[in-house]
Ligand binder design. Structure first.
Ligand code: TXA
Ligand code: MG
Length: 326
């Protein structure tokens, strides 16, 4: 097993030696390497099994480091950084000349964010540079929200995981693209689109697949964030019927719901999801992992989460994790 600790000196020594470290952020855990060393960044892709033309986010301590990684930074970027950093917002900007292709996936843009988790913030302040870090999961798998999740993804192949406890946000950062004509929401996440629009004083363009299909953005692949057990999503009555049908057929299934059940299906594990969007987001990945572990179920049946702006990030991740709709 990897070392799980809060030892910043150990983490710094590994990062400075070009090694990988699992780091907590307020959104999800990251798999970090020194962003200025392409050979260190390459280790991230090797360990994750991720295609090397996918860009990774550069994590920095704060605004003061922004111009080391980006050029032609628009006012909108400074405004958003001022309002939301440290926090769950990633900005896509034109990359500075020194930023390597290993980080950007060969694109002319770079994703940058200053995470709010105190342990990683302290690490970044001492490190001084930038840490390239995607979510610390195998490519395509559910993102980790505890140090133990990271350990279960990589085992002894990862030397150290900094333990910052369970992630408070639980879904990845909101990604805003600032290299086009208008600010664009590329991925809903920890910070609400309306809060960003309020700071910008204009609406965000919502990402539409055909328009940016040429962008290689791995978070936009449909198969992302998926548990290994098939995840079936639908209205409560549909998943209850499906649970009953499968129980009759001798299968074991888990029912993940937020509304009160119409009845009990004996022999079916049911689990109450949180009723508020923030609580639901915080619990989503951990719950999927809990029911995925050990492949105990033939299927996980999830009630479609509520609609509405607060639920954008949750619905986005559920859509990508789902293998079938009922
Ligand atoms: O909350 C988060 O953002 C977490 C934590 C660890 O910071 N990180 C994360 O990283 O979710 P990852 O690699 O799993 O997803 C990053 C997303 C991907 O969809 C990636 O393609 C996109 O950011 N991205 C990174 N750089 C980009 C760029 N230059 N242009 C467009 N998209 C970019
Ligand atoms: Mg990811």
């Amino acid at each position: 097993m990897p070392n799980i600790s809060t030892d910043l000196d150990h983490a710094l020594a590994l990062l400075r030696a070009g090694e990988l470290v699992g780091i907590p952020t307020e959104t999800v855990y990251g798999l970090a390497a020194d962003a200025s060393r392409p050979e260190a960044v390459a280790k991230i892709f090797a360990l994750k099994g991720r295609p090397s033309d996918h860009p990774v986010i550069v994590h920095i301590a704060g605004q003061a480091q922004l111009s080391q990684w980006a050029r032609d930074i628009p006012d909108a970027a400074w405004k958003l950084a001022e309002a939301f950093w440290p926090g769950s917002l990633t900005l896509i900007l034109h990359r500075a000349a020194q930023v390597s292709d290993a980080v950007t996936g060969g694109q002319d843009t770079v994703g940058i964010r200053a995470p709010a988790h105190p342990l990683t913030h302290a690490l970044l302040e001492r490190f001084g540079g930038g840490l390239a870090a995607p979510s610390a999961n195998q490519f395509g798998h559910v993102s980790p929200t505890t140090a133990q999740h990271v350990a279960s993804e990589f085992g002894a192949r990862l030397g150290l995981i900094l333990d910052g406890g369970p992630c408070q946000v639980g879904v990845e950062s909101t990604i805003v693209g600032l290299t086009g004509e208008r600010p664009t929401l590329l991925r809903p996440g920890g910070i609400a689109a309306e809060a960003i629009e309020a700071v910008l004083g204009m609406p965000l363009i919502h990402h539409q697949k055909p328009a940016t299909a040429q962008m290689r953005v791995s978070g936009l692949l449909d198969s992302h964030y998926a548990p290994r057990t098939p995840l079936l999503v639908g209205p409560l009555l549909a998943i209850e019927n499906e649970a009953y049908r499968r129980f009759e057929a001798g299968q074991s299934v888990a029912l993940l719901h937020h509304s009160p059940l119409h009845g009990t299906v004996c022999g079916v594990d049911s689990h109450q999801m949180p009723l508020d969007a923030a609580g639901y987001a915080r619990a989503l990945y951990a719950t999927l992992r809990q029911f995925d572990t050990g492949q105990r179920f033939a299927a996980l049946l999830l009630e479609t989460p509520p609609d509405g702006n607060d639920w954008l990030a949750v619905n986005d991740r559920v859509k990508r994790a789902a293998s079938q709709w009922l």
